[in-house]
Design a protein around this ligand. Structure first.
Ligand code: ADP
Ligand code: MG
Length: 214
């Protein structure tokens, strides 16, 4: 059966697209048939997928990661056309408030909702109400701390606040200055044999895989 992982957070810049493309790549590398679905009109994941297809035409050693774009208001259509996959990872726009009904229904149709969050008070303010909605609608969700810096006091404080309101994933993604670099070729850190920052994404995939029972 197809498993669906939704990456959603009301806050722009929290790491949704970065997490979506790394999870898709990790899953494809493990031999799963994956499809990315991009409901963000900015098309970040979709464009990444197009660049990846171009790169693969020259360097077929990278695993294919097909991505389709769809409209959040008509989310069932894109999900249906991806139903042949073992795993669908969905990237979404921020401001869930603007399309609350659609995104809540989509969350209910998903096996896991990953909510990325940077450790600032602004992120807590934005993410906490969304996590509450996911809880009351009985969606299985997990909060992933992104750009984590354990050396700062503010990180520990904000992490403490987030733990009170959400199930926080044991895997944290550190600040990785170069995380965007491979994306120019439609690639991720996981496409290279040795690049700093691979491990947390591998661990996040291991966690996700277990959660959705793949
Ligand atoms: N762990 C990280 N370390 C450093 N930069 C990051 C990290 N995660 C995301 N970024 C950067 O932050 C920006 C926003 O990330 P993105 O995934 O596009 O967020 P969203 O999709 O939630 O708007 C991008 O420039 C991305 O490269
Ligand atoms: Mg995005």
């Amino acid at each position: 059966m197809t498993k669906v992982v939704l990456v959603s957070s009301p806050k722009g810049g929290s790491g949704k697209s970065v997490i979506a493309r790394h999870l898709l790549t990790a899953a494809a590398q493990s031999g799963l048939n994956v499809i990315g679905v991009d409901y963000d009109r900015q098309g970040t994941l979709d464009k990444w997928g197009q660049r990846r297809a171009q790169t693969l035409s020259k360097f077929p050693e990278f695993v294919p990661v097909p991505v389709i774009a769809g409209s959040l208001q008509n989310w069932r259509a894109a999900l249906k056309s991806a139903a042949r996959a073992d795993l669908i990872v969905i990237d979404t726009p921020p401001s869930v408030e603007d399309h609350m009904a659609a995104i809540t229904n989509l969350a209910q149709a998903s096996d896991l909702v990953i909510v990325p969050s940077v450790c600032t008070q602004d992120d807590v303010d934005s993410v906490a109400p969304w996590v509450e909605v996911l809880k009351t609608t009985k969606c299985d969700s997990v909060l992933v701390l992104n750009r984590a810096n354990r050396r700062t006091n503010s990180f520990a404080k904000v992490r403490g606040r987030l733990i009170k309101v959400a199930d926080v994933c044991p895997v944290e993604l550190p600040q990785l200055e170069d995380v965007h670099v491979p994306s120019t070729q439609g690639l991720t850190l996981l496409d290279f044999t040795k690049s700093r920052g691979q491990e947390p994404f591998e661990e996040l995939w291991a966690f996700t895989k277990r959660k959705v029972q793949l």
